[in-house]
Ligand binder design. Structure first.
Ligand SMILES: Cc1ncc(COP(=O)(O)O)c(C=O)c1O
Length: 320
């Protein structure tokens, strides 16, 4: 079977698994695991942040950020279809006790005027907006890239408005490699999470990045959430290796592009679907209705290919 349901299904290769056997270990609760310390330092330097913290999952990184950036009853601006709002089991309302304010967007790109207007409207009766959460790449839009320079502009605005900017960068390496942008995400946001376990190929783990003060607080929240671990270098070593191999994400982009081009070429004789490819690792096929979408999934499955259904009518092919 070829599994194209999601890039979360990626399994570590031998190279990555081998790292775990050779990792130097210590107790990370005492800050003594050299392997995780090295990885945190490496990621901070790579992306231009003061500090970093290895966390169990993307969700944990996102939710710790919300806990730090907000107060109960405040609002987080995000897109209607963002992961942080829709797919984290209601964690934001449960943990931070915040609510989300949805704003219009195009492929995950939130217009600056839209943000400014939302703040204007929010003066008297509405809750205080404390955070803007940008997702890059934007999953629901087919893995679209939110350009570095646009995020930079949003950050300038958030600084004027005195609110925080968090980036859910679960797949930020896809954007960085494709866009060939500056790596200095530390200068364009207050916090960022990225995942080692999606496409990069590590089995577990995400990195949360921010200022030294932010990471100090994040360490406390990670402990509260049960995310403090001991000889975590076993896992961090694999994450480190997966990160070193990140250039191979571009091969996944090429595979997605080839399939997209082939589908365009073959054409949709019956006019059954419309296609979306956003220059990263996904191809979306939108069908007229759920029944046809499911029939397509079944046809692929008969050819030993697994695909994913999202939003009822859309079939997702993810290359990883
Ligand atoms: C955009 C985005 N953010 C966050 C997450 C959460 O990551 P995790 O599954 O590691 O909690 C995911 C998971 O697929 C995601 O796609």
């Amino acid at each position: 079977m070829i599994d194209l349901r999601s890039d979360t299904v990626t399994k570590p290769d031998k190279d990555i698994l081998q790292e775990a056997l050779n990792a130097e270990l210590g107790d990370d609760e005492y800050g003594e695991d050299p392997t995780v310390n090295e990885l945190q330092e490496k990621c901070s330097k790579l992306l231009g942040f003061e500090d970093a913290l290895f966390v169990s999952s993307g969700l944990m990184g996102n939710q710790i950020s919300l806990l730090i950036h907000n107060t109960p009853g405040s609002e987080v601006i995000t897109t209607s279809d963002s992961h942080i709002k829709n797919y984290e089991h209601g964690a934001a309302s449960f943990l931070s006790r915040v609510q989300f304010r949805e704003v219009e967007h195009k492929n995950g790109i939130i217009d600056l005027d839209e943000i400014a207007t939302t703040f204007e409207k929010s003066k008297v009766h509405k809750p205080n907006i404390k955070t803007i959460a940008v997702e890059n790449t934007h999953l629901a839009s087919g893995g679209s890239i939110v350009p570095y320079n646009h995020i930079k502009k949003i950050y300038q605005l958030t600084q004027q408005l005195n609110v925080n900017l968090h980036i859910d960068g679960a797949r930020v390496w896809h954007a960085i490699l494709q866009e060939d942008s500056s790596l200095n995400y530390g200068s364009i946001c207050d916090s960022l999470t990225f995942c080692f376990s999606k496409a990069l190929g590590a089995p577990i783990g995400s990195m949360l990045l921010g200022t030294k003060e932010f990471i100090k607080e994040a360490r406390e929240f990670r402990k509260i959430l049960g995310g403090g671990t001991r000889q975590v270098g076993v896992i961090a070593s694999m994450a480190n290796k997966a990160l070193d191999k990140r250039q191979r994400l571009l091969e996944d982009h090429a595979k997605a592009e080839n399939i997209y081009k082939a589908l365009v070429e073959i054409g949709d004789e019956k006019n059954e679907f419309s296609l979306k490819y956003q220059n990263t690792n996904m191809v979306f096929l939108e069908f007229e209705n759920n029944e046809i979408a499911n029939q397509f999934i079944e046809r692929l499955q008969n050819q030993q290919v697994l695909s994913g259904l999202i939003n009822k009518n859309t079939v997702r092919l993810v290359f990883s």
